[in-house]
Ligand binder design. Structure first.
Ligand code: ZN
Length: 206
């Protein structure tokens, strides 16, 4: 948690960062994205708002249904799942280090790093939204047990590389079309509705 806090503090421009921790009952041991979402929305109380980033990390005692090698997943814009049982069975004594790496990696996805927002020179063409650099926490193998296949020589990566930090400044200055799209559509609909009202009124008055 302290390592995650450090990485958040070095990438976000927030005056305070607060962690809350709760325990929930899941009722299943194999999770689809919709299972994760249903569990999250039944218990989550803090969501992103103007000027506030809120992230929800769900540590589940089970596996990711579509791919049991997945150890971490950023499944929606502020929603992260971590699979500690999968980490423990694959990483053994390195579980804590791998968990730290996964938590920071998924946070990086939520920031929009490595091509999710804008383009990133360190993006691995074979693995979209991931770095090709094994020393970068955004390295592509971090999402699954592939991370553990001979990559633990110097321990799993926990640092955002220089390319990520430069990417972060791109993210900061980019207006995210998907975020503003609903407002554009709504504005167009309102203008359209107004035009129809004006046309109808004109017809009636002429
Ligand atoms: Zn990833």
């Amino acid at each position: 948690m302290s390592l995650l806090w450090n990485r958040m503090n070095s990438t976000l421009t927030k005056s305070t960062i607060e962690f809350r921790h709760d325990t929930y009952s899941a009722g299943t041991a194999s999770f689809t994205v919709s299972d994760l979402w249903n569990l999250e929305t039944s218990v989550r109380t803090t969501w992103p708002g103007p000027g506030q980033m809120a992230l929800f990390y769900l540590f589940v005692h089970g596996t990711y249904a579509p791919d049991s090698s997945v150890i971490g997943l950023a499944y929606y814009g502020s929603s992260i799942a971590v699979f500690p049982s999968t980490i423990a069975s694959a990483a053994g004594g390195s579980s804590d280090a791998v968990t730290s790496t996964v938590m920071i990696h998924e946070f990086g996805h939520e920031l929009g790093l490595v091509g999710i927002v804008g383009s990133a020179p360190n993006e691995d063409p074979a693995h979209p939204y991931h770095s090709a650099d094994p020393n970068d926490v955004m390295y592509w193998a971090v999402d699954t047990t592939a991370l553990l296949s001979g990559l633990l020589g110097g321990g799993p990566p926990t640092q955002f590389g220089a390319a990520d930090m430069s990417d972060l400044s791109t993210v900061r200055s980019t207006i995210i079309p998907l975020e503003i799209l609903p407002w554009v559509v709504l504005a167009a609909a309102l203008v359209g509705a107004l035009a129809v009202v004006i046309l109808i009124r004109r017809r009636r008055t002429t």
